[in-house]
Ligand binder design. Structure first.
Ligand code: KIV
Ligand code: ZN
Length: 391
């Protein structure tokens, strides 16, 4: 019987930070690492220590300050990478080495000019060597999404025997369909000896916009860790967005899958990452985009004003957004105008509202959005013929 806790493995500081323009210095990384720990992530992938002295230093400093989460360093299946990662992680309370190798035929043939058997041998050697430094070893089968399942099962079995504690099944190229990715996880659960003693992990990229769906399909089929980044930043079209998978699981309690994330910190964390990386978030981004809880059409606004649940499937406060926004545009109705006017101090009679609405539409047709300053002007005009009650 599997437990229902899904571990959240954050790779904002590794897969996220490797994006052009997202580079952070050690000080900035420390601030984000502290925030991720507070947010409640289970693992922080702090970097790729062998890649540069700066990254080594960041991983080492993060390892010193993180109180609760495991701190993880990435390596290739190369002895020196592993030795350097172990050194960078030596002060971590809970160190994890993340090592691995490409397992798809295209990686084996073109990247390594090798064979399936030789790749298994390298994988086993890397895991055994990493095990000589730390107990917690995560193995990644790069491009697992396009790896033949029977061969992938053989790789997994071999690295479990060598001491891997977590098996990462990356859809490196973001190619899989949710059903296909879920079936891969299920296949491994049913065909790999020793699988019940390790955690299967989903690491999905978003090239076809399916990273979140694939990760959820993975956990429904038995994976118990999701690798993700704040705002979904990462190589090319990005990684699975942390805020999305966490809220999918929270909003679908019948799945009986939980995370330890304090969701009320999601919005602030998103802002912190976008500001320090200088990487803006699209307004229509799920959960943390500027429009995620904004309503602009009259029909929707009327519904939300009567009862938020008519057009919102989650409470904005649950993700740290103070309230839903009613944005006034030429598509807004009387209900929205009266609502906004009341918020800034005007109580309108029906006749006053009719008159104000006429002026409102004239203004709205001239500009994209009607702001509070415009409403004050509209109320001034209406007051000339009929005195408005101030509240
Ligand atoms: O996408 C990927 O396959 C990776 C591995 C290095 C884990 O980021
Ligand atoms: Zn990746």
């Amino acid at each position: 019987m599997q437990n229902n806790q899904v571990q959240i493995f954050d790779t904002t500081l590794r897969d996220g930070e490797q994006v052009p323009g997202c580079k952070l210095d050690t000080k900035q990384k420390l601030v984000i690492a502290e925030r991720l720990d507070l947010l409640g992530v289970n693992v922080i992938e702090a970097g790729f220590p062998v890649s540069s002295p700066g990254d080594f230093n960041s991983v080492s400093e993060i390892a010193k300050i993180v109180k609760n989460a495991s701190v993880c360093g990435l390596t290739r299946a190369v002895e020196n990478d592993i030795k350097v990662a172990a050194e960078a992680l030596k002060f971590a309370k809970h160190p994890r080495i993340h090592t691995g190798i490409g397992t798809s035929d295209s990686h084996i043939k073109y990247k390594f000019k090798s064979s399936r058997d030789a790749v298994i041998e390298r994988a086993v050697k890397a895991v055994s060597y990493a095990k000589s430094f730390v107990e917690d070893i995560e193995f990644y089968a790069e491009d697992a999404g396009r790896t033949d399942n029977a061969y992938l099962a053989k790789v997994c079995e071999a690295v479990i025997k060598a001491g891997a504690t977590v098996l990462n099944i990356p859809d490196t190229t973001g190619y899989c369909l949710p059903e296909e990715y879920g079936a891969k996880i299920k296949y491994l659960r049913e065909n790999v000896k020793g699988i019940d003693n390790v955690i299967l992990s989903c690491h999905c990229h978003n090239d076809l916009g399916m990273a979140t769906a694939n990760s959820i399909s993975g956990v429904i089929n038995g994976a118990r860790q999701i690798e993700c980044t704040i705002n979904g930043i990462g190589e090319r079209a990005g990684n699975t967005a942390l805020e999305e998978v966490v809220m999918v699981l929270k909003q679908h309690p019948y799945l009986n899958l939980e995370t330890s994330i304090n969701t009320k910190l999601l919005y602030d964390t998103s802002i912190m990452v976008r500001e320090s990386m200088g990487m803006p978030v699209q307004p229509n981004k799920a959960i943390v985009g500027a429009n995620a809880f904004a309503h602009s059409s009259g029909i929707h606004q009327d519904g939300v004003i009567k009862n938020r649940e008519t057009y919102e499937i989650m409470d904005p406060e649950d993700v740290g957004v103070t309230e839903s926004a009613i944005v006034l545009t030429a598509r807004s109705g009387r209900a929205a105008l009266a609502y906004r006017a009341k918020k800034i101090g005007y109580e309108l009679t029906k006749v006053q509202l009719d008159s104000a609405y006429k002026t409102f539409l004239e203004t709205a047709d001239k500009q994209k959005e009607v702001k509070d300053d415009d409403i004050h002007q509209i109320m001034k005009k209406v007051s000339e013929s009929s005195k408005i009650t101030m509240i």
